[in-house]
Write a protein that binds this ligand. Sequence first.
Ligand code: TYM
Length: 324
Amino acid sequence: MAKAFSGIQPTGEIHLGNYIGALRNWRPDEGSYYCVVDLHSMTMPWDPDEMRRNTRATAAHLLALGLGEPSRVFVQSQVPEHAELSWILTCLGRMGELGRMTQFKSKGRGRQDVSVGLFAYPLLMAADILLYRVHEVPVGEDQKQHIELTRDLALRFNSRFGPVFTVPEPRISEVGARVLSLRNPTEKMSKSDPDPNSKILLTDPDDVIRKKIMTAVTDSGREVYYDPEQKPGIANLLEIASTLSGVSVEEIATVYRDKGYGAFKGGVADIVIAAVHPLRERVLELLGNPSEIDQALESGREHAHAEAKPLLDAVKQAVGLLVP
Ligand code: TYM
């Protein structure tokens, strides 16, 4: 059983891209850690009250997915080793390699007024992962480059200071690693998209989900088949339906091939609703019970801290810092 670590930013709203690309692949195994990465959210402008609310709401989603035990869910800022290791890695990371990160290039767009944190973000992410000696990091496609950087840093550290870090592998599923916007199927489904119809949230009621799928942008034409180049909207819906139902993309396409887009979208909506409905119920139930969330987070914090502290001490020892 491979130990895993993964994280999600606390926007409070979790969409189908997060679920299909990442959360669906997070397994509740002993020794695995799933983190609400509040410190990462500070790399872009934020509102303190929203941050508090969204951190709990995001944790509620992870707990509703059953990740609270025996794996653990915790809040990044409550385990101070993350920020501390991040600094040490900041002194090993190179300007050039961070400047090549596509997420920084697309979010920063060459502007001078973005935060230094946005640039340094992948070093904090590397610290998150390396503190827990995990083998696997289940993520969507957009995080692959950050995990490659994490591997490079771990190898660089180990060869210079001795074998302290486990070198992790990304775990990215073949289908659904990049779920696209329902309004613009050349862009990924994204929390920051202001158009609510571009994304399906795990808290959307059934009728809202159906409406969003029925009005999803597709190309002109009638035939349903899988062609991500020519028919990105249809291909996206096929991937969503396939990952949530366990039926292959080809089989679903065969069923709807000549039935028209309307019937196809209706079928996709049925599949999405069947998957999301029970999750929504559990998330809403937990949100009504904040003390249960806080208790699970406290237990997660204790376990995470107990694991991270000795690793950080080993790092300090290796690099020549005096460990008290
Ligand atoms: P975040 O919060 O943007 O997204 C959480 C997870 O959802 C995946 N994802 C998607 N997958 C498929 N299609 C999409 N449209 C889509 N949108 C998001 C992301 O790939 C991610 O796996 N930097 C990370 C958080 C992080 C982290 C970590 C992850 C911080 N430390 C350590 C792993 C390990 C982020 O911003 O994810």
